[in-house]
Design a protein around this ligand. Structure first.
Ligand code: ZN
Length: 116
């Protein structure tokens, strides 16, 4: 699925440009995220803001992270949006621990949910 070369979000195949960055999507982000690894989806949240907070938390610990915007028409407002956080399978436990800690200390709101 295509990625935004600027914010690194992953979009549905039907999406051609990043609605946030207003630039064309690319097929691979290998220099940033090792997409040949097996990524597993660990967390979902309803806002891009929280998705960016989560990405920041994980990247700070050097965990590769993908954020998938699951909307078919992401130019529409965030109504019923779901942003899915994916990490390499080998890092799943570490990522879940970090997100649990972030929820416990309030860095992360309670609206998101664990998928695994
Ligand atoms: Zn973007």
């Amino acid at each position: 699925m295509p990625f935004c070369p600027n914010c690194h979000y992953e979009y549905e195949a039907s999406v051609k440009a990043c609605p946030e960055c207003k630039i064309d999507l690319v097929e691979k982000l290998d220099d940033v995220v090792p997409t040949d690894e097996d990524f597993v989806e660990v967390y979902a949240t309803g806002t891009r803001l929280e998705a960016d907070v989560i990405r920041g938390i994980l990247e700070e610990e050097k965990l590769p992270v993908l954020v998938r915007d699951t909307r078919i028409f992401p130019v529409l407002p965030d109504w019923r949006a779901e942003f899915v956080i994916a990490v390499p399978a080998a890092q799943e436990a570490a990522a879940k621990k970090l997100l649990e800690e972030a929820r416990a200390d309030g860095a992360l709101g309670g609206e998101g949910k664990f998928l695994r």
